[in-house]
Design a protein around this ligand. Structure first.
Ligand code: GSH
Length: 474
């Protein structure tokens, strides 16, 4: 266990004094979410959950995470252009997972008709945990890469200000001054703005594709407002709006409410629950259009766990980056053990190993949004049930990352103040643009640290499990 704020953590009086101050600053700074009961109204809102103290992040690992992000951008983009690879890799999943199959069907249909979009805009977030091996030194290990709706880039920049204030109030101004400034929403907006510019129509708008229930609107507004500052008009629409009101002209330009759409930025559409028949039709219409989709459907498929697992096989990174051995080495260093559960000898062996030693692994289905992974007894029970059926191929196995817990207070509306044993996950945002075959932007755009109590195996902030945090670089 690392204990960074040892002198304060057990001082109940001081904690009770500083926690309400932290919450007020969070409200002042706009670390906000709408409520579960009223997700579409801003007249009663609450603070988004956050840690009372920043959490330790080893300097070398933060640096490593930043230095590999441009490689990940390039890799995701290359994989998204390799139809044969995607087809082969996802083949068994498509037979057993309706959601991935439906995405793939749209992907193929658009490919067959000819892709109208000539610009690619990628906004992703690569997430890591710190693995403490036998020698006690930490290593950066990738949990996953989110290629659609990578969120909290807005609220995270404001969380830094809250933590700075907390440390100042506690007389730790030297520590406060060490907190890095960080504004992913600015970098994300710059990517969208550049794609809008390259699309080349002054009157066209940027469309945020959002959920019917919009709890995380303030995080999205951070990006939206950066675009308005640049005089780029932003509209917010749901799949239902698109189904009812959008159309394509003869050049496949996308129109909604009489306005041409240059960029579609998805903050929705990554979970089966987002779709009914009409919404799938809306998605197809968007994908067929000339508008820059962020992400396009191929890039969304690159974010599946199956692709993540396949990329870790020997020789696969070299296939995509043949003349970049250093990038390959940087990428591979972040991979932990990833295993396929295909219906073959290798798959059989892994199923048996995981059933015998479930605590060594995480069982992951092809899902985004958090809260879907299986651990321990549950992992064992599920594998025992599906071990002889092709259903097992819709999952991958991953080595469980051996984390070092820290102590912190997780501040959440209507929850009692108590110290928790916690684990953190570091994400780095990546933004890139490709025009034809030329990369015109390839950047990292800041970080996101999220922390959750050890007892929760899985889940992010949107899923109600993790809370926002700030790295304290050690
Ligand atoms: N629709 C919401 C939004 O646009 O903010 C949530 C999107 C969402 O859950 N995104 C996932 C994520 O980044 C990736 S698919 N989650 C981070 C977290 O919840 O901690």
């Amino acid at each position: 266990m690392t204990t960074l704020w040892k002198d304060i953590l057990q001082n109940v009086q001081l904690i009770q004094y500083v926690a309400p101050i932290a919450i007020d600053v969070a409200l002042l700074e706009g670390v906000l979410m709408r409520t579960k009961d009223d997700p579409n109204a801003s007249d009663v809102v609450n603070f988004a959950p956050f840690t009372l103290f920043p959490s330790p992040v080893p300097a070398s690992l933060l640096e490593q995470a930043y230095s590999v992000q441009q490689d990940f951008n390039l890799l995701v983009d290359k994989v998204s252009q390799d139809t044969e690879f995607l087809e082969c890799t996802l083949a068994s999943i498509l037979k057993v997972d309706d959601f991935t199959a439906q995405l793939f069907k749209i992907y193929k249909q658009v490919l067959d008709e000819g892709i109208a979009q000539s610009l690619v805009l990628g906004i992703n977030r690569s997430d890591y945990m710190f693995d403490y091996g036998a020698d006690g030194s930490p290593a950066l290990k990738q949990v996953e890469i989110n290629t659609i709706a990578a969120s909290f880039g807005g609220l995270t920049s404001r969380t830094t200000t809250v933590h700075r204030h907390v440390l100042n109030v506690l007389g730790k101004s030297k520590e406060a001054s060490k907190l890095l400034s960080n504004n992913p929403s600015k970098g994300i907006a710059m990517g969208i703005a550049r794609a809008w510019e390259l699309y080349g129509s002054d009157k066209a708008v940027v469309m945020f594709l959002v959920e019917e229930a919009q709890r995380n609107i303030f995080d999205q507004r951070c990006i939206e407002n950066e675009l308005w500052i640049r005089n780029i008009k932003v509209i917010r629409k749901s799949f239902k709006d698109v189904f009812e009101k959008a159309s394509l002209d003869s050049e496949k330009k996308l129109y909604i409410d009489g306005e041409e759409v240059a960029v579609v930025y998805y903050r929705e559409g990554y979970m089966p629950g987002s779709y009914n028949e009409q919404n799938w039709e809306a998605r197809l219409l968007l994908e067929k259009s000339r508008a820059v989709k962020c992400p396009d459907i191929a890039t969304q498929l690159v974010g599946t766990k199956k692709v993540q697992q396949e990329l870790s096989r020997p020789g696969i990174l070299e296939r995509f980056l043949p003349s970049e051995p250093e990038a390959v080495a940087r990428l591979r260093a972040t991979f932990t053990g990833l295993y396929s559960l295909e219906m073959d000898e290798e798959g059989d062996k892994m199923v048996a190993t995981a059933i015998a030693d479930p605590d060594r692994f995480v069982l992951k289905p092809q899902r985004e949004g958090g809260g879907n992974n299986l651990y321990g007894d549950e992992l064992k029970q599920v594998l025992e049930k599906i071990k002889d059926s092709s259903e097992r191929t819709s999952y991958i196995l991953m080595d469980k990352i051996k984390v070092l817990p820290t102590l912190n207070y997780l501040l959440r509306a209507h929850c009692p103040l108590k110290v928790s044993e916690c684990v953190s996950e570091l994400g780095i945002f990546g933004v890139y643009i490709r025009q034809g075959q030329k990369f015109v932007m390839n950047k990292h755009a800041g970080h996101l640290l999220r922390t959750k109590a050890m007892e929760h195996a899985d889940g992010g902030v949107a899923a109600g499990v993790a809370v926002l945090d700030t790295p304290y670089v050690i």
